[in-house]
Design a protein around this ligand. Structure first.
Ligand code: SF4
Length: 231
């Protein structure tokens, strides 16, 4: 579909649509970098990914999943027995405790199967709102929108959200985009936050969204008001 010039886009809904389409073109392949074969393995990878890169998690989970492939196998271990696999991961002692405790709950309360709803997922140790939404979207294909630090920052800069909490930003994004776009939007905002709209130095001059970004437009308007630079 041919894009209309930005100056012809007048409503906020049109601006939101333009942002989605531009993100889609810029990051067509954006998705999770975590490797997993089933929902339980994604659950383990997501729990390990706090303060750790996806690449490092994948290095850890390859031998871990070969040795401890299921919730039942993990539930039968003590945290100290899991620690050697996780040693290269930040907070590995806490993560070992969470994984064993959560695996025991999965076995005892959910018949050994990772639950596929928000309330049960967030009842598991180590799983908060963001992680539960990642799992619901990626492992179960359910409409869910996880707000991490990149999504939070970029959505607010773009003027897609103004809330001060991740739950508030999640609600605002969900109001603006249809459920089938929540997962792709999550991945593309993360990709854009990493590649261009970085926390300390957003690279607005080369940003594909610069014409429809609220923060960029506010900065340009302020520069216009203050007149030309002094010679
Ligand atoms: S124009 Fe700048 S602030 Fe806006 S999304 Fe792009 S990089 Fe971020």
């Amino acid at each position: 579909m041919k894009q209309r010039p930005m100056e012809q886009i007048v409503t906020e809904a049109e601006r939101h649509r333009r942002i989605f389409v531009l993100l889609e073109s810029a990051y067509p392949q954006a998705g999770t970098g975590l490797r997993y074969d089933n929902p339980f393995q994604l659950f383990v990878a997501v729990l390990l990914s706090a303060q750790t890169t996806d690449k490092q998690v994948n290095r850890i989970t390859a031998p871990l999943f070969a040795a401890v492939p299921t919730a039942r196998a993990m539930a039968g271990l003590e945290p100290e027995e899991l620690e050697p696999y996780l040693k290269s991961c930040g907070l590995f002692r806490n993560k070992s405790r969470y994984l064993v405790a959560a695996s025991r709950m999965i076995v005892e309360d959910f018949g050994g199967v990772l639950p596929d709803n928000f309330a049960d997922l967030t009842s598991l140790p180590g799983i908060g709102r963001k992680s539960a939404n990642v799992i619901l979207s990626a492992a179960f294909g359910k409409p869910a929108l996880a707000v991490d630090t990149h999504v939070f920052r970029v959505a607010r800069r773009l003027g897609l959200a103004g809330a001060d909490s991740t739950a508030g930003v999640e609600d605002e994004l969900k109001e603006k985009f249809p459920p089938h776009e929540w997962g792709p939007l999550h991945h593309r905002l993360i990709a854009h936050g990493r590649a261009v709209c970085q926390a300390r130095r957003p690279q607005c001059a080369r940003c594909v969204l610069k014409d429809c970004c609220a923060e960029r437009r506010a900065a340009v308007a302020m520069a216009d008001r203050s007149g030309p630079p002094q010679e």
